[in-house]
Design a protein around this ligand. Structure first.
Ligand code: COA
Ligand code: ZN
Length: 315
């Protein structure tokens, strides 16, 4: 049986959050519904943050309330603090994804807290989530580098993971927020962290800012990681990280994994259709390549002259 890779679609959160024009709530709901209909097992639908920080996602409650809940699909949302966690739980999320940054400067820019203050808040989030019986995944932005500080020591990352594990987080998402990671570094980081926290489910959250997202993911697969975030069409970017651009493109990654013989449970043709629809909604071309090139086994018509030569050869 083909090895199964679990994809989490983050386009309607990480992608839409950076779009300057407000995307009508009905269209956000349409995209979530169409994404889950492709068989994507997990969707990070929206975020419960301060509406002034990310005005685009100020309709988080309404989106959560009105999406169709496909049985078996996990509908998650991102939260920075206990207030966000309470809002997310009231809105009926299946899972809470938290956010803090491994770098002090990016954490202050993103959530107006020091790393220590964020960790204290995430302790409260864990309390609220455990009471409600909602599972937790701790996302760590700038795990592989920070746009302000550049180097992020592995020891700092380890200390943050240790605190989240102490709080009872079952899953950790290592985020390469501005596409600074390279495959050798991803291998080094995973080989260092995974044995120290053997019971944790690891997710890699990549941005393709420097064209290293898929190479990084393939190395992570070799290291045993089976969970990946991606954005439809390659949407995405953190509004509080200079130079941030889109996530790895979901359909390009799914195409690569399927071509290599992995199973994702996703209907790739349907995914490409959603990507085209998202392009229409946001009114510009997205970086996704498969929707332009077609799949690897796309067969073009042979030119007439070549057809004649082939026919002559065959006779
Ligand atoms: N949702 C809605 N409102 C929130 C909130 C949340 N999750 N967290 C705090 N607030 C409200 C508080 O209730 C308070 O309201 P009041 O003034 O009416 O009492 C106000 O915001 C200030 O609270 P405070 O804790 O001081 O927050 P802050 O102003 O320092 O902002 C964050 C901190 C985390 C809420 C804000 O920086 C944020 O939402 N950042 C999100 C960043 C993001 O989404 N980045 C991209 C994803 S990686
Ligand atoms: Zn991201």
């Amino acid at each position: 049986m083909a090895k199964y890779i679990t994809m989490c679609e983050v386009g309607t959160r990480d992608g839409f959050q950076i779009e300057p024009e407000f995307i009508p709530t009905d269209l956000k709901i349409e995209v979530v519904n169409r994404l889950s209909a492709t068989g994507i097992p997990r969707v990070e639908v929206t975020s419960f943050v301060h509406p002034k920080a990310v005005p685009q996602l100020r309709d988080a409650e309404e989106v959560m309330a009105r999406i169709e809940r496909r049985p078996g699909t996990v509908y998650a949302a991102l939260v920075p603090n206990d207030k966000g966690a309470k809002r997310a739980i009231d809105a009926g999320v299946d899972k809470i994804h938290t956010v803090l940054s491994a770098s002090e400067s990016h954490n202050l820019a993103n959530v107006n807290m020091t790393v220590a203050e964020s960790l204290a808040k995430l302790g409260e989030v864990a309390h609220v989530a455990h009471e409600a019986g909602v599972p937790l995944q701790g996302g760590i932005s700038c795990s592989f580098g920070c746009p302000f500080e550049v180097e992020v020591p592995l020891k700092n990352l380890e200390a943050i993971v240790a605190r989240l594990v102490d709080f009872g987080f079952q899953a950790i998402g290592l985020a390469d927020t501005t596409g600074m990671a390279n495959p050798a570094q991803v291998r080094r980081t995973l080989e260092y962290l995974r044995p120290k926290f053997p019971d944790i489910e690891w997710t890699l959250h990549t941005h393709n800012t420097r064209a290293m997202a898929i190479p990084n993911i393939l190395v992570a697969v070799e290291c045993g990681v089976t969970h990946f975030d991606a954005s439809i069409g390659g949407l995405g970017g953190c509004p509080f990280a200079p130079g941030a651009t889109g996530n790895v493109c979901t359909e390009d990654l799914v195409h690569c994994l399927h071509a290599m013989g992995y199973d994702t449970g996703i209907d790739l043709d349907a995914l490409v259709e959603v990507s085209r629809r998202v392009q229409e909604i946001i009114g510009r071309e997205l970086p996704g390549q498969i929707m332009k090139a077609g799949q690897w086994n796309r067969r073009y018509k042979v030119p007439r002259a070549v057809e004649e030569r082939l026919a002559a050869l065959a006779s």
